[in-house]
Ligand binder design. Structure first.
Ligand code: 3PG
Ligand code: CO
Length: 555
């Protein structure tokens, strides 16, 4: 029968203290001026690379290696941390929604049947990120869902858009709105009353995560549910173009707006009897709005009205909370993650990051499951992030505070695994501010040093890796790798993640002599890390995990 007990590793000892560092948004790319990791002073990461080829290598962190539909899909933190923690490659939300739409199964599921009951008398509202980034959502999926729902009885449809500019180029929101408007116009020709009802930038409206700032969700609620916003427009294209023309405006931070009719009334508040779908497949930035839409008891902000609606997520976003309770597509069944095995085998874990990435090393790491497996064996520490700022003004973020917590946890010798996420390369990279991203990379490198020093002191082992690329390339490039210029001759800043591989380094005084990276796993990716770490804790990995990256040679 099944057992949580892992076999002893034949050669590697137990009870070593492992410092497991995930640099967020830290890929490997050619050195040039748009590679902020190269430009920054990063002596610690440089020395890991130069030191020992058998202890440093690259890993795949994008596309199929992390369960995304195609090799053109850049990596992201959800799929990256899922792979790191679970040790296996799961078809991820993006892929599962594609399959459900392609086969039509999405319309046969419980979730669609549930919302469909409102189609006769209510409005169908779609809320989500409008882009083709493929990280949280995809426009082509929304297009198919609109078509499918209207063919199955939805007569009145309102779309509440969130503009992107973070997983896609800034400014691309205009084109996505045009595409959506075209589709909605076609629906109107067929007699369906369909239009965009509200909008706002994803980082300012609705898509907060890990309860960093409920005001963000409230702004969305006011526009989407109450039909109230500081800006009112006759149509969404005009809204986005006008708001983007403000000084310093960008897609990520557009203020909330509502679309109003000729009498000035908002065209699509959410009211009793309506159906609502949040069409993002990715979990982290949907959990908060899902709570607001679903929970009867809710005290995070004054909802003013709590309409009686039928609500479904594109996916279920939190497996532990079972939130939302209705969903169109079942999420990947990520189970038996490395964290769960470790608590069953007496391995004590400490995990830490600051708010904006805290759920990455806990919730995502544990297969989109909130909470502890066993609170006696685990301690998770969240350092409050600065909220209400873009991180280019504070590029060091809380890197040193995270490193201090990790250092103290290591020196306390209370834990076998001390795991952190260092957010700087990613969070500052997403702002598109190259100078600030250079500062961010140095700050992350300083934090790595502090943790490695602590590992040195306790005779431990370090594993340093990353979840996907970002800071190593800040410019959009042609196929041949040349920076692309816009019409005015300026480079096009890349705020998004990349397709680049990420480094992994192992070492420390506790690393048994003879441990080295195998050279027969050339296509290794993030999912190979879990088995590797389990080995370093002194155990064999479960047999269905992706293979370990290391071998132990006698010598
Ligand atoms: C975000 O949600 O901030 C970006 O879309 C993706 O960034 P992450 O995958 O690094 O969290
Ligand atoms: Co990111």
């Amino acid at each position: 029968g099944f057992s949580w007990k892992l076999p002893d590793h034949p050669k590697l000892p137990k009870d070593k203290i492992i410092g497991l560092i995930v640099l967020d948004g830290w890929g490997e790319a050619n050195p040039d001026r748009y590679n902020c990791i190269h430009v920054a002073e990063t002596p610690t990461m440089d020395s890991l690379k130069k030191g020992a080829p058998e202890h440093w290598r690259l890993l795949r962190a994008h596309g199929k290696a992390v369960g995304l539909p195609t090799e053109d899909d850049m990596g992201n933190s959800e799929v990256g941390h899922n792979a790191l923690g679970a040790g296996r490659i799961y078809a991820q939300g993006a892929k599962l929604v594609d399959l459900a739409l392609e086969s039509g199964k999405i319309y046969e599921g419980e979730g669609f049947k549930y919302i469909k009951e409102s189609f006769e008398t209510g409005t169908l509202h779609l809320i989500g990120l409008l882009s083709d980034g493929g990280v949280h959502s995809r426009l082509d999926q929304v297009q198919l869902l609109l078509k499918g729902a209207s063919e199955r009885g939805a007569k009145r449809i309102r779309v509440h858009i969130l503009t992107d500019g973070r997983d896609v180029l800034d400014g691309s929101s205009v084109g996505f709105v045009e595409t959506l408007e075209n589709d909605l116009a076609k629906l109107r020709e067929k007699g369906i009353d369909a239009q965009i009802a509200s909008g706002g930038g994803r980082m300012y409206v609705t898509m907060d995560r890990y309860e960093n700032d409920w005001e963000v969700v409230k702004r969305g609620w006011d526009a989407q549910v109450l039909g109230e916003a500081p800006h009112k427009f006759k149509n969404a294209l005009e809204a986005v173009k006008t708001l983007r023309a403000e000084p310093k405006a960008n897609d990520q931070y557009l203020p909330p707006f509502v679309i109003v009719d000729d009498s000035g009334k908002s065209v699509g508040p959410i009211v009793d009897g309506d159906a609502v779908v949040t069409f993002n497949f990715r979990a982290d930035r949907m959990v908060m709005i899902a709570k607001a839409l679903e929970y009867e008891n809710f005290d995070k902000f004054d909802r003013v009205r709590f309409p009686k609606i039928r609500y479904a997520g594109m996916l279920q976003y939190d497996g532990e909370l079972k939130l939302p309770s209705h969903y169109l597509v079942s999420p990947p069944e990520i189970e038996r993650t490395s964290g769960e095995y470790l608590v069953h085998n007496g391995v004590r874990t400490f995990a830490c990051s600051e708010t904006v990435k805290f759920g990455h090393v806990t919730f995502f790491w544990n297969g989109n499951r909130s909470g502890y497996f066993n609170s006696e064996m685990e301690e998770y520490v969240e350092i409050p992030s600065d909220s209400g700022i873009t991180f280019n003004v504070q590029p060091k973020m809380k890197a040193i505070e995270i490193a201090e917590k990790a250092r103290d946890a290591i020196l306390s010798r209370k834990f076998h695994q001390v795991r952190v996420n260092l957010p700087n390369g990613d969070m500052v990279g997403h702002t598109g501010d190259i100078e600030a991203t250079v500062v961010a990379c140095k700050a992350a490198d300083d934090a790595v040093k502090m943790i490695l020093d602590a590992i040195e002191q306790v005779g431990g082992i370090y594993v340093v890796t990353a979840d996907h690329g970002n800071a190593e390339d800040m410019v959009k490039r042609s196929k041949s790798g040349e920076p692309l210029l816009d019409k005015s001759g300026k480079i096009q800043i890349l705020t998004s993640h990349t397709l680049q591989p990420v480094p992994i380094a192992i070492g420390g005084p506790g690393l048994a002599p003879g441990v080295r990276f195998r050279n027969d796993v050339p296509t290794g990716g993030l999912a190979n890390v879990a088995a590797t770490v389990i080995n370093l804790h002194g155990y064999e990995a479960p047999s269905d995990y992706e293979t370990t990256l290391i071998e132990v040679v006698d010598g």
